[in-house]
Ligand binder design. Structure first.
Ligand SMILES: [Mg+2]
Length: 404
């Protein structure tokens, strides 16, 4: 079997912005209308094709995939690991891979596993050593008790409260109260550049009282010494790792025991095998894995299910449950949450295919956003315009509240 071609399929997620470049249409969680999904198809001379998905700046990843395609034509797609290393070495002149290179490798490697599974008539999890479980628990996103209850109605047992400005402890407490003791609550601070270790620790001490499953990205991932300081100061589990790629990117989080949960992004971690290796390294430290999926599309979700089915230390899978309806239209079959879980696919390969006509209806318009996009935290002409003020002011307000 030989590879004959590599296609890329890029699409805009959510309603199209009214004014290109300035649009505010969000879909449900459309990141200000800036979200793109990049899917690939790897074609072979035996009529089998594989599908994959790359994140890590999808518009740019598309160019990287097209560059890599030259190294794949004529190769046997079933030599998954050898081809991964061929591509990895082929781009070393460009510097460290980062998440763009990781995204391209993820998309291609995922498609190679899909081809191999289809050729052998087996689901990918079977090729990874078999499965521990036939369904994977998911957690959803909620900032309000009302949205948390909507998730619970689907049987979901995990709710994450995320913030792009200061962490609102009262909002976390309201969700905690609403869901009861049987549902896990997580908090994502999104590792903002302005969050100092002192502020992150102050927030974390309050979270210690709220019985949360993990405190995610309390500080910016660019400074792991700050993360270590936060981790050492708190008695609350820490999660991180969604913004790094490859085993070497995740290595310090695990080796330094900076986290209790690693969160590789299935679209940019480097591929299925890279995620398996991360899971194995984490297992040696009794660290669990909860793959990131905040902005990912449905093909990466399928890949995550195969990985999580086959590792002992799978925790939960992130899922944007109330998303753009296109999530269920651009692939077949569509994943549906049942009793708080996604079923592990049984079909050969990844068990999913692209609906190319649907994808073509949503051409990419833009792929960067200003965060937060709710108009609250970066209000022009105010002190809040400067993002470093965000948590400083929130901290001052909280401390003032204690004195009064
Ligand atoms: Mg996150």
């Amino acid at each position: 079997m030989k590879i004959t071609g590599v296609e890329t399929h890029l699409l805009q997620v959510g309603a199209r912005p009214a004014v290109p470049g300035l649009g505010t249409s969000r879909g449900a969680d459309g990141h200000g209308g800036s979200r793109n999904w990049l899917f690939v198809r790897v074609l072979t001379d035996e009529g089998i094709h594989g599908v994959g998905e790359g994140s890590g700046w999808p518009r740019v990843v598309r160019a990287a995939v097209e560059d890599y395609a030259n190294l794949l034509i004529g190769e046997d797609p079933r030599d998954v690991d050898r081809l991964w290393h061929k591509l990895y070495l082929g781009s070393m002149g460009h510097g460290l891979l980062g998440t763009v290179g990781g995204g391209a490798l993820s998309a291609i490697e995922m498609a190679l596993w899909d081809i191999k599974g289809k050729a052998l008539g087996l689901p990918v999890w079977q090729l990874l050593g078999g499965r521990f479980r036939d369904r994977i628990p998911v957690y959803g996103h909620a900032k309000t008790p009302e949205r948390a209850r909507e998730l619970m109605a689907l049987g979901i047992k995990g709710v994450k409260v995320g913030f792009t400005g200061a962490v609102d402890i009262d909002a976390v407490a309201a969700v905690r109260d609403a869901v009861g003791s049987e549902v896990d609550v997580m908090v994502d601070a999104h590792g903002p550049s302005w969050m100092t270790p002192q502020d992150a620790i102050l927030v974390g001490r309050e979270l210690e009282q709220l019985d949360i499953l993990f405190y995610e990205d309390p500080v910016a991932p660019e400074n792991l010494d700050a993360l270590e300081r936060v981790r050492d100061a708190l008695d609350v589990p820490i999660a991180a790792g969604e913004r790094v790629a490859t085993l070497w990117g995740m290595r310090p989080y695990i080796e330094r025991d900076l986290v209790d949960v690693i969160q590789p992004d299935t679209g940019r971690a480097g591929g299925i095998t890279q995620m398996r290796k991360m899971a194995a390294m984490a297992e040696a430290h009794f660290i669990t894995m909860a793959p990131h999926s905040g902005s990912l599309g449905p093909v990466a979700e399928f890949a995550a299910l195969h990985v999580m089915a086959s590792i002992p230390n799978a925790l939960m899978l992130e899922r944007v449950e109330f998303d753009w309806p296109g999530r269920a239209e651009v692939v077949a079959p569509a994943l549906r949450t049942v009793d708080g879980c996604l079923p592990v696919p049984d079909a050969p390969g990844l068990g999913v295919d692209l609906m190319l006509e649907e994808i073509a209806k949503h051409p990419s318009v833009r792929n960067v956003a200003t965060f937060p996009d709710d108009g609250q935290a970066f209000e022009p002409g105010t002190a809040a315009e400067h993002n470093y003020f965000q948590t400083r002011r929130a901290r001052a307000r909280r401390l003032r509240g204690r004195w009064e």
